[in-house]
Design a protein around this ligand. Structure first.
Ligand code: G6P
Length: 370
C-alpha cells in the first residue's frame, strides 16, 4: 500500500508533493521554446471567436469552483473581459444571460460531476461555446464540451483535491495569456514576463515542500480548536476560500473564509480571546488594508497566523503571533504557491485529530447526483 502511495503515508500528502510535476506537465508543450508565447493547438476556438467574446462564465463545484475564482482574476486582469463565477448547482436556476459571444468555462477534476455536466448542457442549449478544464480525457464533461484543456495532474485519489486545483490554476493562467495575445490586450513583454514567472513556480514549490515543519507544528495547535477564521483580500480571498474548504473537509474543524474588509460588517462579533485567525497577506497592493483588518481581530484577542512574503515578515510580526513566509512570484501567480501551506495545514490538522485523511466522512471523490 505504501508503494502505491510512493512512500507517503497518505495519497493526499503524495499528491501535494506531486504538484511541481503537475505544473511542469500541464505547461509542457504549451509554451514555445523562447518562452514568449502560449500555444494551445488543441483549441477549436478560432481567433475570430476569441476576438468576439463579450463575457465569460466560469462554472464548477467545490475546489474546482475555487480554482475558477482565481481564473476570473487572471482573465479580467490580463484580458479585460468580464467574468462571472457560478457554482454549478445554482447556474441553471438563475436564468443566466448567454449570447453567441459568451464563452462558458466548466472546471472539473473528474469530468463526471453531475451538476457541472448539467450546467454545461444548459449553456450549450443557450448557444454558448463551452470550454472544459478537466483532468480526465475521456470523461463525460470532456466529451460533451466544445473545447478541452486537459490538466496533467495525473490521477487524484484523495477525496480532498490538491494537485488538481493547482493544475487548474496553471490551465487558467495559460488560457488567459493565450486570450491576451490573440486580443492584443497585453504587450509581448508582459506576456513573456508572466510566462517566465510561471516557469519558476515548480522549483519555488519544491523549496516550500522541503520545509513543512512550521506548518505542521501550527496544525497541531489549531487541531485543538473547533472554530477558526481565514481572512484575505483579492486573490488571497480566493485562496483562503479553498483553504477553509480543505480544512472543513478533512479536519472537520469549522472555519469561515472572509474577505478581510467584510469581517467588520458582522462576523467580527464572533472573534473572541484565543480564536485562531489565519491571514493570507501576499497581495502587495492591498497589504496595508489587510494589516488594518489583522489589527481589528488582534485587538479582540484573536491568535493570528499570517502567510506572506519574506520582506513583510518583520513588519507583520508586530501585529500577529506567527508568520509563515512563501517565495515571491508575480501577485497574479501567488495562489499557485500560497495555497500549499493551507493544504499542508489541513493535512496535518486532520492527522493530528486521527481522521481518515484520504476518505473523509460523508464525502465522495466524484458526485454524480444533482
Ligand atoms: C466533490 C469532491 C470535491 C470536488 C468536487 C468537484 O465534492 O469531494 O473535492 O472539488 O466534487 O469535483 P470535480 O471532479 O468536478 O472537480
Amino acid at each position: 500500500v505504501t508503494a502505491e502511495k510512493g512512500g507517503f503515508e497518505h495519497f493526499m500528502l503524495k499528491e501535494i508533493h506531486e504538484q511541481p510535476k503537475a505544473y511542469r506537465d500541464t505547461m509542457r508543450g504549451r509554451i514555445d521554446e523562447a518562452g514568449k508565447h502560449v500555444v494551445l493547438p488543441e483549441l477549436k476556438l478560432s481567433c475570430e471567436q476569441i476576438k468576439n467574446i463579450r463575457n465569460i462564465q466560469i462554472i464548477a463545484c467545490g475546489t474546482a469552483y475555487h480554482a475558477g475564482l482565481v481564473g476570473r482574476h487572471a482573465i479580467e486582469q490580463l484580458v479585460r473581459i468580464p467574468v462571472e463565477n457560478d457554482v454549478a448547482s445554482e447556474y441553471r436556476y438563475r436564468s443566466p444571460i448567454v449570447t453567441p459571444e459568451t464563452l462558458v468555462i466548466v472546471v472539473s477534476q473528474s469530468g463526471e460531476t453531475a451538476d457541472t455536466l448539467a450546467a454545461l448542457r444548459e449553456a450549450q442549449r443557450n448557444g454558448a461555446h463551452v470550454l472544459a478544464i478537466t483532468n480526465v480525457v475521456g470523461s463525460s464533461i470532456a466529451r460533451d464540451a466544445d473545447d478541452v484543456i486537459v490538466t496533467l495532474a495525473g490521477p487524484e485519489i484523495a477525496v480532498a483535491s490538491t494537485k488538481a486545483y493547482t493544475s487548474q490554476l496553471i490551465a487558467f493562467y495559460l488560457f488567459a495569456l493565450y486570450l491576451a495575445e490573440v486580443r492584443g490586450s497585453q504587450t509581448p513583454e508582459v506576456i513573456s514576463q508572466v510566462i517566465a514567472a510561471m516557469q519558476a513556480l515548480p522549483e519555488q514549490l519544491e523549496s516550500m515542500l522541503a520545509k513543512p515543519e512550521a506548518i505542521k507544528a501550527y496544525a497541531e495547535q489549531i487541531s485543538k480548536h473547533e472554530h477558526l477564521f481565514f481572512i484575505g483580500r483579492g486573490l488571497d480571498y480566493a485562496v483562503v476560500q479553498e483553504g477553509s474548504l480543505k480544512l472543513k473537509e478533512i479536519s472537520y474543524i469549522h472555519s469561515e473564509a472572509y474577505a478581510a474588509g467584510e469581517l467588520k460588517h458582522g462576523t467580527l462579533a464572533l472573534i473572541e480571546d484565543g480564536i485562531p485567525v489565519i491571514a493570507l497577506a501576499t497581495q502587495d497592493a492591498v497589504l496595508e488594508k489587510t494589516v488594518s483588518n489583522i489589527k481589528e481581530v488582534g485587538a479582540r484577542g484573536a491568535d493570528i497566523m499570517a502567510i506572506t512574503h519574506e520582506e513583510h515578515v518583520t513588519g507583520l510580526l508586530k501585529s500577529v503571533n506567527q508568520v509563515f513566509a512563501i517565495p515571491k512570484t508575480l501577485p497574479l501567480l501567488t495562489p499557485a504557491l500560497s495555497v500549499v501551506p493551507l493544504q499542508l495545514l489541513s493535512y496535518y490538522a486532520s492527522l493530528a485529530r486521527g481522521n481518515d485523511v484520504d476518505k473523509p466522512r460523508n464525502l465522495a471523490k466524484s458526485v454524480t447526483v444533482e
